[in-house]
Design a protein. Sequence first.
Lengths: 139, 139
Amino acid sequence: MVSDTQNSTLTQKLADSGLRATSQREIVYQVLLDQRDHPSVDEVFSRAKALMPTISLATVYNCLDALVGCGLVKQVNFERDASRYCPNLQDHAHFHDDATGRIVDIDLPAEVLAKLRNLLPPGYEPGSIELNFRGRAAP
Amino acid sequence: MVSDTQNSTLTQKLADSGLRATSQREIVYQVLLDQRDHPSVDEVFSRAKALMPTISLATVYNCLDALVGCGLVKQVNFERDASRYCPNLQDHAHFHDDATGRIVDIDLPAEVLAKLRNLLPPGYEPGSIELNFRGRAAP
DNA sequence: CTATATGCAAATAGTTTGCCTGTTA
DNA sequence: TAACAGGCAAACTATTTGCATATAG
């Protein structure tokens, strides 16, 4: 369930980006918060349909774009795989377990983030940094 | 031009992965070495066609896969954009300049790479690490 | 009330596949 | 001369678009 606090954050954040709060966007956000397993668009779609049978796939794409656009959700891309979505707003990296396909959040301390920024030549301003690991996760 | 040394490296590396040296693979590799601007498949295709008019798009995909598979080339993915290819074998990150679309290699010192590895919980074995920046490059 | 969002279906982009022929080791 | 690779066209998947209707602010 989305709490009132989450809901007002959602409405607020959408409004900050000039976007409207719609029931579809609320549901898509709720789906991401409910099960933090980095679902693909199709997975979000089927979970959202369980809550609102009339929602369409195109709308799920639109809602996810809106949530990414207003900064509440991050889009996770591993190679050419379908995009996955993550409502974790803390700085973090992702680890893709090749054995299971699962994606795990990896904490990214500010100190390490600063080191990464320092790799850039002067004048380079990174708007976003994406750090992705692939391999075997602990059993 | 691909030097003899590069050519034997190519043949060698392909053989190491159980793959054959073909003129198409040589040309695709040469295209990547000639202009290190992280071309997309379509760009590689049109440059390769200039050298071998009969080469097909599917073959360019196959050749790039083979070169990535034998470790001579890296595949670079930014968000959902088409894959780009890079013959730089040193450890490095990529910076995507949002203004121009250009991708620049960023050196990734072993010391920083080690720090990134250390972010992982015990038992996590990263086969690959991808670090991508997006933003404004220096003018 | 009016701009914005939804739903549906069709379109697109990138990539993969199947099948038959050509080439490499 | 096998096994592997290339060429071509069709298939597929993820995502986007156009347009008519519905809804938020």
